[in-house]
Design a protein around this ligand. Structure first.
Ligand code: SF4
Ligand code: SF4
Length: 481
């Protein structure tokens, strides 16, 4: 390994003045033909992508308690997470979860950079693990693709391009349907797909629009989505710092780079870094950048350059990891440790945030009751010695079963007061249907001699089929004592 040390990437910062996929003179897009990656990270990413894709495609079909596993119906404000339905009344939980997600994303990115983009992001998974693989199958590796692009429109070219576009579009339709399944539910999507178009014009148009949008993203937009559109990608500059673990080229070890030549002496090798300037790391990059210039906005942390360089290092008998997961400071100081106290501390905070959300969700009440004294009403004398107050009630049922509801005084209050009556206005017992609320009015009557003051706090239990399902409190007004 070279003993020559440097603390800056070799090419200065001028590469940051332009996007690698745009021609500086013409301003036109430079189409990226990445070489097919090969290696352990690519293999691990492929396995993970199959698991994630399997989940993505199967989840809409999985039902829990008759509900889809996941549903994000923003149109009807209906959200289901792992079979548990969230109603508009649970909005505070969503706000907390959303805030946690933002804090999580920032902290996670500060520590681990864009790991999400490379390993989990649906855009990368579909692009690199589905569409790109199909492209390699039909058109061959990078060189063959370039040749085909330049070739005249022969029968072979027409066949390959039509086949590719046809398959791409079919997959885009599939993705659009899956995407819609998460919004309106798989049953509705199957209806749109199987019943006459005239019955689902809106749904059919949405399906078509999403299909074309996904086709456009994966067939044409590609890496531009990550570089120019994705807000997470655009925010990288403010989230990562010199301690962030990113995919980095070890310029201390690699520079000065130079080709390996036959007949090189030991003293030549001593002057040279480990990078043999083979440019394989550049050729495999799906965003068309040279990671040796330093961390760049375009890098989606896909690991393709790590695999490419590791293979080169194996061939020339040098240690792997010239390009690796590391931070700028890690490279400059030569520290190999990724799990620093700071990283561990941030990870603990992330863990606590997740735990807080899990606790909040698991303690979420299944029934929510609102019992309010009717506005503008004081009290009435009824049945000679009773004082009566009028209330409005609302019982929200977040369970899967219908709930007939009744009210009673809580045990503590029962010990202090006797003869308290609840009179629900109406002929029938109120029933809160699953996922819905039942509203109404009721009177609470209390014998006058039981009241100790003008205003009494009442603790109320809500019962369904004899079981206490919720507790609430309200106030009761009586005459001045
Ligand atoms: S693959 Fe490795 S050796 Fe080849 S140019 Fe890139 S960093 Fe240098
Ligand atoms: S620089 Fe490496 S990790 Fe970043 S996008 Fe290119 S190949 Fe992927």
């Amino acid at each position: 390994m070279s003993t020559i040390k440097q603390t800056q990437p070799p090419q200065g910062e001028s590469f940051r003045d332009h996007i690698s996929t745009v021609d500086e003179k013409s301003g036109k897009r430079i189409w990226v033909y990445p070489k097919k990656p090969k290696g352990r990270f690519y293999r691990w990413r492929t396995w993970l992508s199959w698991v994630l894709l399997g989940f993505l495609f199967l989840a809409p079909f999985i039902k829990v308690n008759g509900h889809p596993l996941l549903l994000f119906n923003i149109i009807e404000r209906k959200f289901i997470l792992f079979g548990v339905q969230f109603l508009p009344q649970d909005f505070h939980l969503f706000v907390f979860a959303a805030l946690t997600a933002i804090v999580f994303l920032i902290l996670f990115t500060v520590i681990y950079g864009r790991i999400f983009c490379g390993w989990v992001c649906p855009q990368t998974i579909f692009m690199e693990m589905v569409f790109r693989k199909i492209e390699y199958l039909i058109e061959g590796d990078a060189k063959a693709q370039k040749r085909l692009a330049k070739a005249p429109w022969t029968a072979e070219k027409i066949f390959k391009k039509t086949l590719k576009i046809g398959i791409f579009f079919l997959i885009a339709v599939l993705i659009a349907n899956v995407f819609l399944s998460y919004i309106i539910g798989v049953d509705q999507v199957l209806k749109i797909a199987s019943e006459p178009i005239s019955q689902h014009v809106g749904g059919f148009i949405a399906m078509l629009l999403f299909s074309f949008a996904f086709f456009g993203v994966f067939a044409y937009m590609r890496e531009q989505v990550c570089i120019a559109i994705c807000p997470y990608g655009r925010l990288q500059g403010v989230m990562i710092n010199q301690d962030t673990v990113v995919i980095a080229y070890d310029f201390v070890r690699g520079e000065p780079r130079g080709k390996l030549r036959k007949g090189q002496t030991d003293s030549d090798t001593q002057k040279q870094g480990d990078c043999i300037d083979c440019k394989l790391c550049v050729q495999v990059c799906p965003t068309g950048i040279d990671i040796r210039n330093g961390t760049q906005l375009e890098c989606i942390n896909c690991t393709a350059c790590i695999d490419a360089c590791d293979a080169v290092m194996d061939k020339i008998g040098k240690p792997r990891g010239l390009i690796r997961y590391d931070s700028y400071n890690g490279i400059v100081r030569g520290e190999k440790k990724i799990l620093t106290p700071r990283v561990i501390a941030y990870t603990v905070v992330l863990g606590l945030l997740i735990l807080g959300n899990i606790l909040l969700l698991s303690n979420r009440s299944q029934v929510e009751t609102l019992l309010l004294r009717a506005q503008g009403q004081l009290y009435q004398h009824v049945d000679e010695n009773y004082i009566s107050n009028l209330y409005t009630y609302e019982v929200i049922n977040k369970t899967e079963k219908a709930m007939p509801v009744t009210f009673q005084l809580a045990e503590g209050d029962r010990k202090k007061m006797s003869g308290v009556r609840f009179r629900i206005v109406g002929d029938k017992q109120p029933v809160a249907e699953p996922g819905k609320a039942v509203k109404g009015v009721l009177f609470i009557d209390i014998p006058a001699d039981q009241l100790q003051s003008r205003k009494t706090v009442l603790h109320i239990e809500v019962l369904s089929n004899g079981k206490i399902v919720d507790r609430t409190k309200t106030t009761f007004l009586g005459p001045i004592k």
